[in-house]
Design a binder for this molecule. Structure first.
Ligand SMILES: [Zn+2]
Ligand SMILES: [Zn+2]
Length: 339
């Protein structure tokens, strides 16, 4: 099968790799949509690897001996290879599982855990079934476009009475705006890139330049002086967590989604802040609500997806990501029309 490999600094190419096969609970998904995440940064850094990507939606083509999924099932692929049996996995917190399986060693196969590829091997319970009325393109938003901020919204109970502030309008931030708008919250956003600020406005956010000297007053003015009741930091900019805290209402929620450096915050006791570290969402307990979110947000998801490329043009797709003039970018490993 074809797969993408980072072969040097700034270089990504298509390589030929063995197609995986199913075994026991390990099933093979033909990848029809592979949303692109931060792999372009690995190309910038020259982190050589022939196994890249963790987001996918597709169709089961080899169900092993699974009783959970069958050949032909349409599914979204969850990231990682959690054990499925530890205290975190049983609680739905599989993303935090410390006992990741080595499924290639288990099944004695050389390759098959990347999503910039035609096929991927997954434990059956890490697949989310997609209802017939939801397209696989829209369903793929359950990966990193909507996933992290969906869980942040769940943990902060974001609702119509909230004003949600999103820091950073890259794909994860755009997804946070979509989650907020879909929950009928008032959504504000911080972004310096004019292209992305415009996209955020199209999704329904009021956008501010976080480098403006009076940014705190601007955001407070937008909330009649009370401050925002929830915020999500997706930018990785070191000064943004403290900025979010300084424009938060008392007893607000503040979720850190961006991976990065140490977090600096003002004293949170007088503010009564609930601070959350959020990685990914819980498909075992919240799958139905994610599907409902995707149904309701389908038009917004279409707006946030700005570019689509066949897998063979992955280098061009990463050039677009390098430019910052994009929302979510999708790869299509297989030439299939009906998604
Ligand atoms: Zn586990
Ligand atoms: Zn991702």
């Amino acid at each position: 099968m074809r797969a993408a490999a980072i072969t040097g600094k700034g270089a990504v190419e298509i390589v030929d790799r063995p197609q995986p096969h199913g075994l026991v609970d390990l099933v093979v998904v033909q990848i029809l949509v592979a949303p692109m995440c931060t792999e372009f940064k690995s190309r910038q850094a020259g982190d050589v690897s022939d196994s890249i990507g963790h987001e996918a939606a597709g169709v089961v083509v080899d169900a092993g001996s699974s009783t959970r999924v069958a050949v032909g099932d349409r599914v979204v692929v969850m990231p990682g290879y959690a054990c499925g049996t530890c205290r975190y996995c049983i609680a739905g917190e599989h993303i935090h599982c410390p006992f990741q399986r080595d499924v290639l060693a288990e099944s004695e196969q050389p390759y098959g855990t990347a999503t910039y590829a035609e096929y991927v091997l997954k434990p059956d319970w890490l697949l989310v079934p997609v209802p017939d009325d939801v397209s696989l393109v829209h369903a793929s938003a359950a990966c990193c476009l909507l996933g992290p901020s969906f869980n942040a919204s769940q943990r902060m109970n974001v609702a119509a009475s909230d004003t949600l502030l999103v820091a950073g309008c890259g794909p994860v931030g755009l997804g946070a705006i979509i989650n907020g708008v879909t929950r009928n919250a008032t959504v504000l956003a911080l972004e310096v890139n004019p292209w992305r600020a415009d996209l955020a406005r199209q999704l329904g956010a009021t956008v501010f330049d976080p480098t403006a000297p009076d940014i705190v007053d601007q955001v407070l003015d937008a909330t009649d002086g009370w401050g925002v009741t929830a915020s999500i930091e997706t930018s990785g900019v070191p000064s943004n967590p403290a900025l979010l805290a300084s424009v938060s209402a008392r007893r607000a929620g503040l979720s850190i989604v961006a991976w990065g450096l140490d977090i600096t915050l003002p004293p949170i006791v007088p503010l009564g802040l609930d601070v959350h570290g959020v990685w990914h969402w819980k498909h075992q307990t919240d799958g139905w609500r994610m599907i409902e979110t995707i149904r309701k947000a389908s038009g917004l998801i279409d707006t946030a997806i700005t570019h689509r490329f066949p897998l063979d043009r992955v280098s061009e797709a990463m050039d677009v990501q390098d430019s910052g003039r994009c929302g979510k970018v999708l790869l299509f490993p297989t030439e299939v029309q009906d998604l």
